[in-house]
Design a protein around this ligand. Sequence first.
Ligand code: PRT
Ligand code: MG
Length: 214
Amino acid sequence: MSITIALSKGRIYEETLPLLAAAGITVAEDPEKSRKLIFPTNQPDVRVVLVRASDVPVYVQYGGADLGVSGLDSLIEHGGQGLYQPLDLHIAQCRVSVAVRAGFDYEAAVQQGARLKIATKYTTIAREFFAQKGVHVDMVKLYGSMELAPLTGMADAIVDLVSTGSTLKANNLVEVERIMDISSRLVVNQAALKIKQAKLRPIIDAFAGAITQD
Ligand code: PRT
Ligand code: MG
């Protein structure tokens, strides 16, 4: 019975490497330098697959992978069905925020009960947030370069991930509200957890022991 671990390239892969190492797992080849999608590890029965960040919960839900590492943002947008979420790994940390063009009076627009046009990839998070605030919104779903939407007049505001804030600054946008803090979570296929218990438990425990709190 083999184990498949779903990760995404970039920061999640990089920041998961030390956790894998704690579980005695090392990836044989550097995925950042390869076009392959499946990577063997030093353990013959463990392999890593690389998918889009937002597809990690999908692969784990449907058993394409037994476990994976997913940002809370992707997890909320996915819905979390069929996923056991045992650990906050405290990696790939950032926040989801509302940002507007410099000079746009967001507070006044909210106070006046204006209907806001929001561009975002995170429609579930944004919808919930503005519903709680009692702000009426029209949602424009985008898949990237959200920063462009307010600059072109397509939206009043964006809901996006912010880490250092330099992307917003470079595009003359201002963060006006923080919606939630984000980190990555370990997600496990619920059926696999039962069937492959003996193999998965030691990996989960090793990850738990290797988490470094901020
Ligand atoms: O493939 P897909 O489009 O689904 O995901 P992705 O391309 O966003 O994946 P990736 O690898 O960029 O991000 C994976 C996960 O890392 C996200 O789901 C978050 O949980 C987490 N994370 C942490 C971030 C950031 N920090 C981050 N800064 N994801 C993206 N960003 C982007 C942000 O979208 C914005 O464009 O970086 C920019 C802002 O950064 P600053 O430092 O300029 O503020
Ligand atoms: Mg990205």
